[in-house]
Design a protein around this ligand. Structure first.
Ligand SMILES: [Zn+2]
Length: 122
């Protein structure tokens, strides 16, 4: 991975109030628990923890594969944002389904009540 070493990886620290961009990967150092922020291009690479000096493997974000890193950055960003959008849509869909389920349960409850009432009034 000679290429990786030449790649410039800006390393920020969220704890210091450094701005975290949408494309940054945020994760905790497995040794000292320090919150590390790294550019998405650092995914799958080893970095040195700024606090304890441990070698830390940068996790690959959900929805991103290591092979994606061979694509040009624009393509990766598109995929990343598409994944996030899909996730948000799925969340909204779950909420909508929960709402309809609650309505159905309410209607079912009202129906059972009406049936029970009808039976006892006979
Ligand atoms: Zn550390």
């Amino acid at each position: 991975m000679a290429e990786a070493e030449e790649m410039e990886i800006p390393e920020n620290q969220s704890a210091d109030g450094v701005e975290i961009r949408d494309t940054d990967i945020v994760f905790d150092c497995p040794r000292c628990g320090k919150s590390l922020v790294i550019d998405y291009r650092g995914a799958g690479l080893e970095i040195t923890c700024s606090q304890c000096g441990a070698s830390v493997l940068v996790p690959i974000p959900d929805g991103m594969q290591l092979s994606d890193l061979d694509l040009d950055p624009g393509e990766i960003l598109k995929q990343l944002f598409a994944t996030r959008r899909n996730y948000q849509k799925a969340e909204l869909r779950v909420q909508a389904l929960k709402a309809s389920l609650a309505q159905l349960q309410e209607a079912l409850g009202a129906m059972s009540e009406a049936v029970a009432k009808g039976l006892t009034e006979e």
